[in-house]
Write a protein that binds this ligand. Structure first.
Ligand SMILES: C[S@@+](CC[C@H](N)C(=O)[O-])C[C@H]1O[C@@H](n2cnc3c(N)ncnc32)[C@H](O)[C@@H]1O
Length: 289
């Protein structure tokens, strides 16, 4: 016998459960964004992407996610306004200073044996991390043989990164971080203050290439000795993390290093067997031959 359509509707778990309903709306929104604009957020960690969509919806004054879907489909400028809510740009210079200290002590001596070094900062946000690395490499006499690629999906963040201009109020924290990270100079020597912002020496930028790269949809573009991807994969689900790990594995030279964020780890994923931990606490891993 055929089931009664009305019964199916009445008994649907989605009808009376607002969370389930929201899940359907979010899936449809992400599908629409992917189909219309090519941004693929479908495999971002659900709770965090849902939070950001709700925030975007409220900030843009939309009544519901369903109305947002219609807006996104029919009005590209609405998509433009929504896009920044998908990116979490939080960053700081010498973030997790103990990682930079460990890098200086344990990795720099090894890099000094190389004539050229290629480094990739994947998910560089507004540039604070890559600038910190440029300073460290300069102090260690490695900057001139380094080529640094700093990429992000977010073009607005990349533009800021290229400017090298940051709020003056952040310098107190960054100076503390720099000292804890084993910095050997006066931190203020690296920038010039003007009104309420500071501009870092343009010399620090000369070997950095900033480019847009989407870890979800773009391919490898070089072979690297070091890849930093800190506090990015934390926003991805397991499937996407696995895709990005494959990309990094393909992009690392033999014995290349992968550096993850504080709350991320190589443990418990299927790529573990390709790496050894140089420093598990600081999330520094070496690709085995
Ligand atoms: C929290 S920031 C991390 C910045 C820096 N790595 C740090 O640890 O301080 C995360 C960055 O990942 C970027 N991002 C998110 N999805 C991405 C993707 N699919 N491809 C490349 N970058 C992405 C965001 O735009 C954001 O700038």
């Amino acid at each position: 016998m055929f089931s009664n359509v009305n019964d199916n509707i009445k008994n649907s778990p989605f009808v009376h459960n607002s969370l389930e309903r929201e899940k359907v709306e979010i899936e449809l929104l992400l599908q629409a964004i992917y189909r219309m604009y090519g941004y693929d957020f479908r495999n971002y960690a659900y709770d965090s992407i849902a939070r950001r969509i709700r925030h975007g919806m409220n900030s843009l004054g939309e009544e519901s996610i369903s109305t947002l879907i219609a807006q996104v489909i029919h009005h590209p400028e609405r998509m433009q306004q929504l896009l920044p809510f998908f990116f979490v740009n939080v960053t700081e210079m010498f973030r997790d200073p103990s990682m930079f200290l460990a890098f200086r002590k344990r990795i720099v001596p090894y890099l000094k044996t190389y004539p050229h070094i290629r480094i990739w900062h994947a998910g560089c946000s507004t540039g604070e991390e890559v600038l910190s690395m440029a300073i460290l490499l300069k102090e260690e006499g490695l900057y001139d043989r380094a080529r640094i690629y700093a990429t992000d999906i977010d073009e607005a963040a990349l533009e800021k990164a290229q400017d090298g201009i940051f709020p003056l109020r952040n310098m107190k924290l960054y100076t503390q971080n720099y000292i804890q990270a084993g910095g050997t100079k006066e931190f203020s020597d690296y920038y010039t203050a003007r009104h309420d912002s500071v501009k870092f020496q343009s010399d620090l930028m000369k070997n950095i290439v900033f480019a847009r790269h989407n870890l979800v949809t773009d391919q490898s573009f070089n072979e690297f000795n070091v890849i930093f991807c800190r506090n990015v994969m934390i926003y991805f689900n397991k499937l996407l993390q696995s895709r990005v790990h494959t990309l990094f594995h393909e992009s690392l030279a033999p014995l290349g290093l992968l550096v993850l964020g504080d709350k991320e780890s190589m443990l418990f994923n299927e790529h573990t067997r390709y790496y050894e931990a140089v420093d598990e606490d600081e999330k520094i891993y070496r690709k085995m031959k």
